[in-house]
Design a protein around this ligand. Structure first.
Ligand code: SF4
Length: 244
């Protein structure tokens, strides 16, 4: 579907879609979630996420850590995936949307009373997509620094990237990575909320500085993959040599 495709959805606040999901978070998602909850990004990472800040946490019973009764406790700062639901977004050359299956027992009502654009605009999706596009600019900074630090005469590139993907996507027993920590904990590197655009600019500048100062290629690659995944890009394709 594209933005002009007929679509509408009425949420009846049953909370069913806030259970048993895997929801990837971007740095901006974590920042907005923290602001809505009135906590620091460090606290948001610890309380509401797994995999170093990159996935929303669901409790043992299957409910999202941010759910309060049937309602979202961070509604104003709910992540992009929650705003889009029950749509998903796919990025290749063009923007494409897909309809997701309703959660079991959901009271949400699908319809065609508007179009996809009406729906995503009403959900405030635009600022999230813009933020992700801004964070995507760091991929080039990573790429340059990895090219300068990785020794591809000694390490086979595909194996190098395979290891980076494994390390980035590990849910436990991973190496310390200050770049990944800094990505999801903007406050931890001094970028506290001063307004969306300013905070993102300061965060990007600080992350770029950290990337340029880092000389461990494996650490850089794992952080680059993590960033790519968190903003909905595809990580290191297996057929390329040294690309993200
Ligand atoms: S963040 Fe809010 S909307 Fe998203 S799954 Fe959790 S409770 Fe539901």
């Amino acid at each position: 579907m594209n933005r002009k495709s007929p679509f509408s959805y009425t949420c009846n606040a049953c909370g069913r879609c806030c259970h048993d999901k895997v929801i990837t978070l971007s740095p901006y998602d974590v920042f907005r979630l923290a602001r809505a909850a009135g906590i620091t990004t460090r606290e948001a990472v610890d309380r509401c996420t797994i995999r170093r800040g990159s996935i929303l946490k669901f409790n043992d019973g299957g409910a999202c850590a941010a759910l309060e009764g049937p309602r979202c406790g961070v509604h104003r700062g709910r992540p992009l995936a929650c705003r889009l639901y029950p749509l998903g977004i796919e990025h290749d050359e063009d923007e494409r949307f897909v309809t997701l299956e309703p959660a079991a027992g959901s009271l949400g009502v699908y319809g065609i009373d508007g179009d996809v654009n009406d729906f995503v605009e009403a959900q405030g999706v635009g600022s999230y997509l813009e933020a992700n596009a801004r964070y995507a600019s760091l991929i080039a900074v990573f790429r340059q620094r990895i090219a300068a630090t990785a020794d591809f005469d000694r390490v086979e590139p595909r194996e190098f990237w395979r290891r980076a993907v494994r390390e980035a996507l590990a849910e436990s027993v991973y190496d310390a990575n200050p770049l990944i920590d800094a990505m999801f904990d903007a406050g931890g590197i001094g970028c506290t909320a001063i307004g969306d655009a300013e905070t993102i600019a300061a965060h990007l500048e600080r992350l770029a500085e950290m990337i340029r100062c880092e000389s461990n290629a494996e650490l850089l690659a794992a952080a680059a993959v993590m960033l790519a995944v968190s903003i909905g890009q595809v990580p290191a394709p297996a057929h390329t040599d040294a690309e993200i």
